[in-house]
Ligand binder design. Structure first.
Ligand code: A2P
Length: 297
């Protein structure tokens, strides 16, 4: 059974978690998957800044790095007030590949460092016999990037417990995985929690699929909040860091308004008891996932 926190370690949406390396990370991040570098990408990120977000989650893969960088520069708010995460994609898991991607990401962001760099996906596909060696080499390179000041913190994404065994040296400070009511990944969350690794939850709203779930809806009605707020509060009470995405300014704001209510034991039991894989994306870290066609996102 996963433990819930009765009291959150912060009182509002500007609160932070402390990472294993001592750095602080804002407890609610803005997900930018699909905020691709289209015409209004920077405008979406600017709306998010106006809504209060200071933590942006991007990736080499997402095509949103230029938008994030542009919006942060245009905001007039100091770079140091923001927490920016980017990720190295699975096709470049080598020392040289990771360095090239990081350099490209920094140039797209227009920044000289990122706050957090993640290995985006643990292996190329289910057939890749050398995934362990690739992870070891890439992780060693990440530690070097940190020594060089190109990144402040380093972590992983979509790692299950067996993937961590390939890493040497520093413990990753973050594992970003899909977690939401209906897809709890209990083993991975427990593994991380035991080691002090902060779990970030991608798709905390089940990519919209939980917004019409009757259990989530009835809990939302009971507390006079929205289904999204129920899912996000659930994330925080589990000690996770949710990364909701929205292109709508009202919903961006709503997704930070999570501190006027809390879930009770019945709510938690109902959410924990949703049928396994409710709202799941269908993506498994050990399977091949095709390189998405960014033009169709
Ligand atoms: P929109 O951009 O129109 O707000 P996830 O973060 O789990 O990937 O989910 C993202 C999806 O959830 C997007 O389709 C987004 O649509 C929608 N969404 C985000 N916030 C809310 C909200 N507060 N209420 C309803 N839907 C939301």
């Amino acid at each position: 059974m996963l433990e819930f926190k009765q009291n959150l370690p912060f009182a509002d949406a500007d609160g932070c978690y402390e990472l294993l390396d001592g750095n602080r990370i804002p407890a609610i991040g803005f997900g930018t998957w699909r905020v691709k570098d289209r015409e209004d990408g920077a405008a979406v990120c600017a709306d998010a800044i106006r809504a209060g977000y200071r933590h942006f989650d991007t990736a080499y893969l997402y095509g949103s790095e230029e938008s994030v960088g542009e919006a942060i520069r245009a905001s007039g708010i100091d770079r140091s007030e923001f927490f920016v995460t980017t990720k190295v994609w699975k096709d470049d898991l080598s020392a040289e590949g990771a360095r090239l991607e990081l350099e490209t990401s920094l140039s797209r962001l227009g920044m000289d460092y990122v706050d957090l760099l993640l290995i985006h996906w643990p292996r190329r596909d289910s057939e890749d016999p050398e995934w362990r060696e690739r992870l070891t080499e890439t992780w060693n390179a990440f530690q070097q990037f940190k020594r060089e000041g190109l990144v402040k913190s380093i972590g992983v994404a979509n790692f299950l417990p067996h993937h961590f065994e390939a890493l040497e040296g520093e413990v990753p400070v973050v594992n970003q995985i899909e977690v939401h009511p209906g897809y709890l990944q209990k083993e991975a969350v427990r593994y991380c929690r035991e080691r002090g690794i902060l779990v970030e939850a991608w798709a905390p709203l089940g990519q919209n699929r939980l917004m019409t779930n009757p259990v989530v809806e009835s809990i939302a009605e009971k507390h006079h909040v929205s289904p999204a707020q129920v899912c996000l509060r659930f994330s925080l009470e589990l000690g996770l860091l949710p990364l909701p995405k929205s292109a709508n300014p009202d919903r961006m704001r709503q997704n930070r308004e999570l501190f006027g209510f809390s879930l009770d034991e019945d709510d938690r039991a109902e959410l924990m008891g949703l049928p396994e894989k409710t709202g799941w994306s269908g993506e498994h870290p050990d399977d091949a996932i095709p390189m998405p066609d960014l033009s169709k996102l």
